[in-house]
Every structure is written in C-alpha cells, then in structure tokens.
Ligand binder design. Structure first.
Ligand code: SF4
Ligand code: SF4
Length: 378
C-alpha cells in the first residue's frame, strides 16, 4: 500500500518531469521569475523547499511547459519533437501544406489538426519548424478564450505567436504565414495524407537512425535523448526549448537583424564592467550555462553564449559590485551565431586577508574583505 502511495505521489511524478536545476529560482532564490506560476490557470505550480512542484490540480494545458523559457517542464509524452516529427514527411512531400493547431474548445471540423488541450502549449519551435520544412501556413484554431478555464494563458499565447512571427521574419519567411483561423469558421482540411501519429513517429524515428546524414530529425531526437541521459547522469541539464529552437535555426541564415524586446523573446545581451572582482558568482547562478568563468594561464575569464541566455536577470541582480548589465532588447542574429564571446579577461592576485583570488591590482585585499573591514573593526 505504501509503495502504491509512493508511485501515485506527486513527488515521483514530478521527478520525471520537472528539471529543477534549470529553474532560475532554484539557481538563485531571490530571482523574481514567476512565469510558470503566473501562467498556470489552476494555480497548480507551487514552490516547496525552494523547488517547483506540479500539484494534483494540474489541468494538462501545457502552459508551464511553454511559459518557462528555461525548459524546466519536460512533457512526459507529446514533447515538441513528438508533435513535429509525424508531420515532417508529409510536409516534405508537399502532401501537407497547412498545419492546423487546434485547441480542445475550437469549433468546427478539422480531423487531422494537431489537437492540443490549449494553444498555451505552443512553443516558438512548434510554430516555426513546420515552415522551415516547407509548410505554407500555420493556422491556429481557438475556442472562446475569454470564457475558457485556460484563459490565463492568453497573454502568453500572444507572446509566443509574436516571437514566432519575428523569428520567421528573421529567416526570410513571411510572418503572416502564422495566422489565427477565422473565428467560427475553422477550415476543413483533408486527413488523406496524414498517417496516424504513432505509425509516423516510429517510422520517422527509424528513418532518422538509418540515415547516415545528420539531418534535423536525428539532431532533435539526439537532443531529446541527451536530455533524458543528462537527467539520469545528473550532469548539467540542457534547456530543451532553446536546444530545439537553435537546432532548427542553425540550418538557416539570419536574413533580417531584428531587435526584439526580452518580454517577447526571453534573451539578453550581457556585459561585464570594470567593477568585476572575479568572484565568479554570476556563472554559478546562471541556470542555463550562458555565463561561464574559467582560469586560463593565471587569467580569469568570463565567457557568454548569448544564444543560451533566457534573460532571467539572476546575474545582474546578484552581482554585489554592479558589474553586470543586461540589455532589454536582443538582436535575433545572436541566435544564429552561437559562438561564445569573451566578456572579461583579467589577471588575478591573492587577497592578503582571505587568500582568495581577485582582480583589482591596486589593492592588497579583495573587495569582499574590504567591505567587511568596518564590521570586523567594530
Ligand atoms: S525558471 Fe521556469 S520553473 Fe523557475 S520560476 Fe521561472 S518559469 Fe518557473
Ligand atoms: S547570462 Fe544572466 S540573464 Fe542570461 S541566463 Fe545567465 S544568469 Fe540569466
């Protein structure tokens, strides 16, 4: 009986689903991130002992999966690649040119549409990737969102659609190819060329394994496996949302350098000023691994990978020397470069008081000891 209770307990259910190490609040408890709790229409996500938990009231709308830019919530099934891969062969053969995403409350017939409980589950990847593979249009069929129990996801849906249109524009695709269906008159589409998802998913999987070329399907499946392996191996977890998006963008060139507000697409440019003392805190509390520090031949170095940053603000907020500044806007071309950038390289010296390494050469004791000195003297 106890074993059964354990199996049914949310703790075990969550351990397979919530990648806690990626959470901005787990990395830095003072983080102001509330995106998941604010988007959950059931108030089902709570923080217990500093960790996010999904409670029993979950409505399975998928808003947390889509609203967390760090990829903390990994679906147990129907991951983004599971939704996309069955569609790809038909898109490539031009048998399927319009992808319909349809929520459970949308009216009208559309038998072969991708059915989601709520369009709040959509990600930029799900909206952009089919267009990259050659689909002509993405049509979103919604119900009466204002009177729906998932209505709290509306503003989040709008952001995902806006960000996806900007990403489409950046790769030279007409943004209006991502469109809402006419209310009350959803399009009827044929399902003649859309094999059942299970059959296609398996076929796509084996085809991708057999293929010796490193196609996108292989890359995406590989990235999916890596996430699971990472969880088992307890190594740094990857933000699957960003990994998927980068995998699709890495096949293309950036054709329009667009500046995007970080509340639309969570990403930022980070700079490190001369105030940096080399304490390394920023890298420790960066949940995505965008900021890293290292010692190279007695030089302290901070590197930044803009394509991994989700603009959580942890680094800027936590730096007690105000050395880090993050931008409010982000140029989409940085998602295509995907190169580490050195933000700081400086010689270290040992503090005469605590022995720790620090950067400023004009002083003999580090900034932290200097800040403590009045208290110690008192
Ligand atoms: S990082 Fe993700 S899980 Fe953590 S508080 Fe923000 S949205 Fe929630
Ligand atoms: S670089 Fe800073 S803002 Fe970007 S993810 Fe890391 S801690 Fe957050």
């Amino acid at each position: 009986m106890t074993a059964l209770r354990n199996i049914l307990s949310s703790e075990i259910w969550e351990s397979r689903r919530v990648m806690r190490a990626l959470c901005s609040r787990v990395a830095y408890p003072q983080s102001g991130c509330r995106l998941c709790t604010e988007s959950c229409p059931a108030d089902s996500i709570v923080f217990k002992d500093g960790y996010p938990h999904v409670g029993a009231g979950c409505l399975e709308c998928g808003a947390c999966i889509s609203s967390c830019p760090n990829g903390v919530f990994l679906p147990r099934q129907n991951r983004d690649i599971d939704i996309l891969l069955p569609l790809v062969p038909s898109i490539k053969k031009r048998e399927l040119q319009t992808i319909h995403y349809r929520c459970s409350n949308a009216t009208g017939a559309s038998r072969s549409a991708v059915q989601l409980n709520c369009l709040g589950r959509l990600t930029e990847f799900l909206l952009v990737a089919p267009l990259v593979f050659g689909a002509e249009r993405i049509v979103l069929a919604k119900g009466d969102c204002g009177n729906c129990r998932y209505s709290r996801t509306i503003s989040h849906q709008d952001k995902i659609i806006t960000a996806s249109r900007l990403l489409a524009r950046a790769i030279g695709i007409e943004p209006n190819k991502i469109a809402l269906a006419e209310t009350g008159a959803p399009e009827e589409i044929s399902d003649a060329h859309v094999p059942p998802p299970d059959r296609l998913a398996r076929r796509a999987f084996f085809t991708s394994i057999k293929s010796k070329s490193a196609g996108l399907a292989g890359m995406l499946l590989a990235s999916g496996r890596t996430i699971e392996q990472d969880q088992r191996a307890q190594v740094r977890q990857h933000n699957w949302r960003r990994t998927n998006l980068l995998a699709i963008l890495s096949r293309l060139e950036c054709r329009a350098e667009l500046e995007v507000q970080q509340d639309i697409l969570p990403a930022a440019e980070i700079t490190v000023g001369h105030e940096c003392t080399g304490c390394g805190l920023c890298s420790c509390i960066c949940p995505t691994g965008a900021l890293k520090n290292s010692m190279k031949e007695d030089l302290f170095e901070i590197t930044f990978e803009a394509h991994l940053c989700t603009a959580c603000g942890n680094c800027e907020q936590a730096c007690r020397f105000k050395a880090i500044r993050s931008s409010n806007t982000f140029n989409l071309k940085r998602l295509f470069d995907q190169k580490p950038q050195t933000l700081l390289r400086a010689a270290m010296k040992s503090c005469d008081s605590c022995g720790a390494g620090f950067i400023h050469s004009e002083n003999d004791i580090c900034e932290l000891c200097r800040a403590e000195t009045p208290k110690l003297a008192f």
